[in-house]
Design a protein around this ligand. Structure first.
Ligand SMILES: NC(=O)c1ccc[n+]([C@@H]2O[C@H](COP(=O)([O-])OP(=O)(O)OC[C@H]3O[C@@H](n4cnc5c(N)ncnc54)[C@H](OP(=O)(O)O)[C@@H]3O)[C@@H](O)[C@H]2O)c1
Length: 289
């Protein structure tokens, strides 16, 4: 399976992309990456076995060399830094060359939290559906890697995590498991036309996630809720687009009342359950020490 195809990974230096690249190579797939940055591998890609192309989703024609001869494309959209103005032209270029596209989407689409009239996953899904490509949407919950982003600095600085909505209950997904599902979709047609709702195996509040990290690194950690308004200000200050920041906070508020759902999709597709948050924390414990 897979060995005789060429796949292009966009977002290859993010959280999901490097895992997709490693797994594709492991399956013998000819693997290309599209890199925006000059420092091509940023320490996140294997030294060998990857064909490196440079291109920018903001400049659709820049993707053409990477797309020439490709069968499957892993697409993600960097909504934080790029609006969707060029998305129709990017998809037209992909459709011209490839047979299938796998889009890293969000559970926000599944639960109806996103609307198609703004810069979001739902809008991209709508565009992709209108192409003649075989598509698969990975409607994922938050990545476990978000814990590093949200907590690591504060844990290292003193052990008190100050953040909003500590009781927001999430079914975070290990990015390697998202990648494993992506690889199945990239290397065959059996997942074509599927909207796969991808979650971790358990629901944990943010406070529980921090407790687990504390157990793993052998330190007592604590949580202090901060008001949403202060969090919004900090997020916007850190570069979040304001609409994204307030949307994320509204979603977290909702999750204090109504925990995120759990699906069995990962196990159905890859034949084993997704990894737990504790497994992720053990794997990346040094990031919190
Ligand atoms: N984080 C979550 O919890 C979550 C939850 C649900 C869905 N998602 C979706 O998952 C997607 C993938 O997330 P991720 O964490 O793996 O990656 P990410 O950190 O969101 O994105 C970084 C990647 O995007 C590439 N990139 C940025 N701007 C680009 C441009 N203009 N043209 C081409 N490539 C560009 C970067 O390439 P260079 O390094 O070369 O600059 C890097 O590889 C997200 O975009 C989001 O839509 C995320």
């Amino acid at each position: 399976m897979g060995a005789d195809i060429t796949a292009l990974v966009i977002g290859a230096t993010g959280n999901v992309g490097p895992n997709v690249v490693r797994q594709l190579i492991g399956e013998g797939v000819t693997t290309r990456v599209l890199l925006l940055a000059d420092d091509p591998r940023a320490g996140r890609l294997p030294d060998e076995g990857v064909e490196v192309f440079h291109g920018d989703l903001a400049d659709p024609d820049s993707l053409l060399p990477a797309l020439d001869g490709v069968e499957s494309v892993l697409l993600m959209w960097p909504f934080f830094t790029l609006n969707v103005d060029t998305a129709p032209a990017v998809l037209e270029r992909i459709e011209r060359h490839a047979r299938r596209v796998v889009f890293v989407s969000s559970i926000g689409v599944h639960i109806g939290y996103e609307h198609t009239d703004n810069n979001c996953h739902a809008y991209l899904e709508g565009l992709i559906e209108k192409t003649g490509l075989e598509w698969t949407f990975l409607q994922t919950t938050g990545f476990t890697a978000n814990a590093r982003l949200s907590y690591a600095q504060q844990i290292k600085a003193g052990g008190v995590v100050r953040s909003p909505y500590g009781t927001a209950a999430r079914s975070s997904i290990h990015e390697e498991d998202v990648a494993a599902v992506a690889v199945r979709a990239l290397t065959g047609s059996e997942l074509a036309g599927r909207r796969l709702v991808i979650t971790g195996p358990e629901v944990l509040t943010q406070i529980q996630q921090v407790e687990i990290i504390g157990e793993v690194i052998g330190r007592e950690l604590s949580w202090e809720d901060v008001p949403a308004e202060a969090a919004l200000e900090a997020m916007v200050g850190a570069g979040w687009p304001p609409a994204y920041a307030s949307g994320a906070l509204d979603y977290f508020a909702m999750l204090t009342e109504e925990p995120e759902l759990i699906t069995t999709t990962v196990e159905e597709v890859i034949g084993r359950p997704p990894r737990t948050f504790r497994e992720w924390a053990v794997e990346f414990a040094d990031d919190f020490r």
